[in-house]
Design a protein around this ligand. Structure first.
Ligand code: PRP
Length: 481
């Protein structure tokens, strides 16, 4: 059995025509597989493309093969008739018995007897294969092989053209991305505080941000979303940008079912500018988000009695890490005794010591004040262990007049420590009466009544995760602490 030169000629004409059509690569290859199998009076044909790493063969066109045969998936390039990839023509007379066939049982189940395989060569390199399958045992003639090699040459041209298309497509997408990015308005460097907001909820949101000391910019940037020719046809301007969190926020007061349009725009923005971090928020969502970033308390925009937050929890933690780094560096190779004065220091001591990379021991003292103006200090709880010959670091939450620290330092010095230094989270320098040496200072605070993060007003507020300024109404007639 064999095919005539005439049928090969008309098959090649058909193949050339389809190769030059606008069909997809897969459709072209399926059509070529069909024309080839029919012209060769074979039962099946498979066109395979080799991946650039030359690891596997991917089926790009088939004819006459059942799903079972195709389900073998990618063919391992090292195992599946590797001679073809070496550039050789391979002929298998009996697929069920030939050791070169990777899945003889499947070939048997499919009733495949003979196989003819030729390489697809592009500029001398193997870039794929074509395989012909017959049910009847078959000897292939020189004309058969020569026809199949011509089809392989055509496939090589098609593969390379597809690769060129892919390259052009990628290049086009990259230049589109560059063009779009260049049209995004630049981020301003100074804070934008509008005289009026577009919506009252935006003003509320700005107040909450201010309350928690979160820096913000209002509508700082516009992102083009759609173009007509070279002109921008649609833009999107998120309401806020929070530089510390690198986050754009679009606020919404719309009901869920009216959100479709806004969601569409956000989806488009994320697709076009994948590096941009943007969120659509309701007020409740926003409070949850604050909690996630360590601002609190969850579910309440304000804490009763607090005028404003002075240092957010995140900011305090950041400063403590820096202080701990300096202390660890200064005392490197030594042991350290940390001494705190109850109760205000508890939060600071707990966080600071966790960041010290030194061996430390811990002790606490308690004091009370007496005298007509409350300015005489008395120790009500002294140290548990001796500090003689030890390196001592006094840890304080706040130094105000300096009276407490001055008294404590002279008390401790009398025990002859190897060294005695002071670390305070807050320094209210404006109220200093006695000049005490401070070696490590977290923040210098204004002359206002501060509470939170261990500091109290009449025993309360110590549990706030941030440091805030008490509302002046609350402390009318009392001086700042
Ligand atoms: C605070 C703070 C210092 C002291 C500083 O304690 O913890 O020890 O005041 O003030 P000064 O520099 O004017 O002496 P407070 O008396 O409020 O007690 P507490 O730590 O129990 O809150």
């Amino acid at each position: 059995m064999g095919s005539s030169r005439g049928s090969y000629y008309s098959a090649l004409k058909r193949i050339t025509k389809v190769a030059n059509s606008a069909f997809s690569l897969r459709k072209i290859c399926n059509s070529i597989a069909k024309s080839t199998a029919k012209a060769m009076q074979a039962n099946g044909c498979r066109i395979l493309s080799l991946n650039p790493q030359k690891e596997y063969l991917l089926t790009v066109g088939t004819y006459g093969l059942s799903d079972l045969y195709l389900k073998k998936g990618h063919l391992d390039a090292r195992k599946s008739l590797p001679d073809i990839l070496e550039g050789k023509v391979v002929f298998i007379a009996d697929a069920a018995k030939d050791e070169r066939v990777q899945h003889p049982q499947i070939a048997l189940a499919q009733g495949i007897s003979s196989i003819l395989g030729v390489p697809v060569l592009g500029k001398g390199e193997t870039i794929g294969e074509i395989r012909i399958y017959t049910r009847e045992p078959r000897q292939f003639s020189e004309a058969d092989t020569s026809f199949l090699l011509s089809v392989a040459d055509m496939c090589a041209v098609i593969f390379e053209r597809a690769e060129l298309h892919q390259l052009l497509e990628q290049d086009y997408k990259a230049s589109e991305r560059r063009r779009k990015s260049s049209q995004v308005s630049p981020l301003p460097t100074t804070t934008l505080r509008p005289t009026s907001f577009a919506h009252p909820s935006e003003e509320d949101f700005a107040k909450v941000l201010d309350f928690y000391c979160i820096e913000w910019l209002y509508e700082p940037r516009s992102f083009p979303l759609r173009w007509k020719g070279d002109k921008i046809a649609e833009m999107f301007t998120p309401d806020f940008y929070l530089p510390e969190l690198d986050l754009y926020v679009e606020l919404t007061t719309l009901k869920q079912n009216l959100l479709t349009e806004k969601n569409r725009k956000l989806r488009q923005l994320r697709e076009l500018y994948p590096e941009v971090n943007v969120m659509l928020l309701t007020k409740n969502d926003f409070l949850k988000l604050l909690a996630k970033y360590g601002y609190g308390p969850l579910g309440e925009a304000k804490v009763e009695g607090i005028d404003r937050v002075l240092y957010s929890h995140a900011k305090i933690q950041q400063r403590i890490r820096t202080l701990a780094r300096h202390i660890s560096r200064d005392y490197a190779g030594q042991r350290l005794v940390l001494i705190g004065i109850l109760k205000g220091v508890v939060c600071f001591m707990a966080d600071l010591m966790q960041h010290l990379s030194l061996p430390v021991t811990l002790d606490f003292m308690a004091i009370s004040y007496y005298g007509s103006d409350g300015q005489v200090v008395k120790i009500t709880r002294d140290l548990d262990s001796s500090i003689t010959g030890q390196h001592v670091l006094m840890v304080e939450d706040i130094v105000d007049t300096g009276m407490t620290l001055n008294y404590i330092l002279s008390h401790l010095s009398a025990h002859n420590p190897a060294s005695l230094r002071v670390c305070t989270l807050l320094d209210k320098r404006a109220r200093r009466l006695i000049n005490v040496p401070l070696d490590y200072v977290g923040f210098e605070v204004p002359d206002e009544f501060v509470v939170g993060y261990g500091l109290d007003y009449k025993g309360e507020y110590r549990n706030l995760p941030f440091i805030g300024i008490l509302h002046p109404e609350l402390i009318k007639g009392e001086g700042p602490r």
